[in-house]
Design a protein. Structure first.
Length: 419
């Protein structure tokens, strides 16, 4: 019944998009939420400025992927631009759904995007990663940071956590003192994307990777993976009971209420934590890069990027809009509307950084430049789901951590055909 309803909604949304594209010069598919809202506002500004008819079609996160994939497979041309979560790029690019932007840059008299963009923001827009042609442009500069209550950590003897051992030391002490009402750490342990997103920075910090460099071998069940899992389970023991079902809202609520001292989190939560109507922790939460394990810490990058659909009938108009929307002036406006930037000039703009709500910008810029993309594989959504099921079971205690790694190794080998 639920599947039929989702299908019906997707069909209805596609019909609306086809109707919209019949009169629009550019039709843009965007996700619900602040990222999509920012681009919708920019599209409205562009339409007034240029006289171009721009239509935005907004859908929930998963439906954006489904509608974009369907439009690409059927070559319908219903969308000219898609605002993509960066792990989707290999799927769309390797299935021929995205336009190679090389010729458009040349026609504009440039080799590619200018060097005011952060290097990691540009790297994810090339397929293969950091080497191939540009198939999209960065728009929203997400990367994880480490959030912590500096006063509580200081009470636990940790001035500023540099390593996961530092975090664990403070988290254990604070949880022991909390008596079941206060916890030193909290994370997303729900199946699929939630637990994977919170595990990957720890995984990378211990030198582990899902694949070897040329993507010919799955490398989850390794000594490095086991070391990362050991730390993850120790942090689970310092977290609230039931974290195996936690998603972003539960983690954010715990941090905002001051009932948990630390977490990995995304920059969109800063606004909540600094809002006195939503948070008891205004001005009390510190932001830092991801702590180190046996290797330097690395955030999971989570940019939103704009690409031109290969079947678009308005490709030059779409490229012109993308170049305008990602210009320094427009990225600054997007930042003021609540979306993290992708340009160094905006991250370091003194008019922004002097404002309390943007005080995390220097750390976020550092986190992006030290970030790692989710494994660049066209089957990443399926891989992430399988990995997340096993990790969540380990968090819940229904299987042993070593079983989770072994099961994940086998599942990813089966999905990818890599043995």
């Amino acid at each position: 019944m639920v599947r039929k309803l989702c299908l019906a909604l997707a069909v209805a949304a596609s019909a609306l998009a086809m109707s919209a594209s019949a009169w629009a010069d550019i039709t843009i598919l965007v996700p619900s939420g602040s990222e999509g809202d920012g681009l919708r506002a920019a599209a409205a500004d562009y339409a007034k400025l240029k006289g171009t008819k721009v239509e935005t079609v907004q859908a929930p996160y998963a439906n954006v992927f489904e509608q974009g994939a369907n439009a690409g497979a059927t070559k319908s041309g219903v969308f000219d631009i898609i605002l993509m979560d960066d792990p989707w790029i290999p799927f769309f690019a390797e299935n021929g759904h995205l336009e190679d932007l090389t010729s458009y840059f040349k026609n504009a008299g440039v080799e590619g995007p200018d060097n005011d963009f952060l290097s990691k923001s540009l790297a994810i827009c090339r397929n293969p990663y950091n080497e191939g042609p540009y198939v999209c442009l960065p728009y929203v500069g997400n990367a994880q940071m480490f959030f912590y209550d500096a006063a509580k950590f200081k009470e636990a003897g940790v001035e500023a956590p540099k390593t996961w051992d530092d975090v664990l030391k403070a988290a254990k002490m604070l949880t022991e003192q909390g008596g079941g009402r206060y916890f030193g750490y909290v994370f997303r342990g729900g199946q699929g994307n939630p637990v994977v997103a919170d595990f990957m920075p720890i995984f990378w910090s211990y030198g582990a990777n899902m694949f070897n460099e040329d993507r010919t071998k799955v490398t989850i069940d390794t000594p490095e993976g086991a070391e990362a899992m050991k730390m993850f389970m120790a942090l689970r023991d310092a977290s609230p009971k039931g974290v195996e079902s936690y998603n972003a809202n539960e983690v954010g609520t715990a941090m905002a209420a001051g009932t948990a001292a630390s977490s990995i989190n995304w920059p969109n939560w800063v606004a909540t934590f600094e809002d006195p109507s939503q948070s008891k922790m205004v001005g009390k939460i510190s932001y830092s890069p991801i702590p180190a394990g046996t290797k330097p810490g690395s955030s999971e990058i989570g940019h939103w990027t704009m690409g031109i659909m290969a079947a678009s009938k308005n490709k030059q108009e779409a490229f012109d809009f993308m170049m305008w929307a990602t210009s320094p002036q427009q990225i600054r406006i997007s930042a003021e509307r609540g979306n993290p930037p992708v340009r160094a000039s905006v991250f370091t703009d003194p008019e922004l950084t002097k404002q309390e709500k943007f005080r995390h910008y220097p750390v976020l810029m550092q986190a992006i430049e030290a970030s790692t993309p989710r494994p660049r594989h066209p089957k990443w959504p399926e891989i992430e789901n399988a990995f997340g099921i096993e990790l969540s079971k380990a968090v819940a205690g229904t299987i042993k951590p070593e079983e989770a790694l072994k099961n994940s190794q086998g599942a990813v080998e089966e999905i990818t055909g890599i043995k």
